[in-house]
Design a protein around this ligand. Structure first.
Ligand SMILES: [Zn+2]
Length: 187
């Protein structure tokens, strides 16, 4: 058999959008707004589900963006969070973004992580998670978030990952509804 090669490629519109200086966004609100904007562009361009994510360093500099690429790349693990984390790890050149606890990177997401993505966080070296839309908002438009432990936030915090949810929630829900209204695929 011929073994395939897996290439992770962000949509062309994102490269075009990020021409110029690297964005520096200081507050969690600004960073979440950036992730929501990525989710909106992903819907507008039809390149994936209504989910965006981005990793920022402690100065607020964008390390890497991500969007949901599940359908467009035919790969179930390519949620926005997973894409942003994988891209950030490529940028910094290591699997542990914290580099043994020396860095405090934040993952900003347009919606609450699903069972897979929250499971991936402890090994990513991310130290803060901020998200907009809630689990219930995502399920309300028909997405399956998987079987999540009820106390998942506390579990992450015990592992040293700070969690804040519901930041800019209404803006994120607008994009979820936009995706539904334009007949986006649910999975
Ligand atoms: Zn996910």
């Amino acid at each position: 058999m011929e073994l395939p090669e897996l290439t992770l490629r962000l949509p062309d519109w994102m490269q075009a959008q990020l021409q110029g200086p690297v964005p520096v966004l200081k507050t969690p609100e600004e960073q979440v707004r950036f992730a929501i904007e990525l989710s909106r562009q992903n819907v507008i361009h039809g390149t994936g589900g209504p989910f965006g994510a981005a990793v920022f360093d402690e100065d607020g500099t964008l390390v890497a963006p991500g969007v949901n690429l599940v359908v467009s790349q035919g790969c179930s693990i390519l949620h926005g969070e997973m894409v942003a984390l994988a891209m950030a790890q490529q940028v910094v050149g290591r699997h542990d973004l914290s580099d043994g606890g020396h860095h405090r990177y934040r993952l900003a997401v347009s919606a609450e992580p699903c069972a897979m993505c929250l499971g991936a966080l402890p090994w990513s070296g991310i130290r803060e998670l901020v998200y907009a839309a809630l689990d219930a908002d995502v399920r309300a438009i028909g997405f399956d978030e998987g079987d999540k432990p009820t106390a998942w936030q506390q579990a992450l915090e015990r592992r040293g990952i700070e969690v804040t949810g519901g930041v800019m929630r209404e803006e994120a829900v607008v994009v979820l509804n936009q995706y539904l209204a334009t007949g986006g695929r649910l999975y």
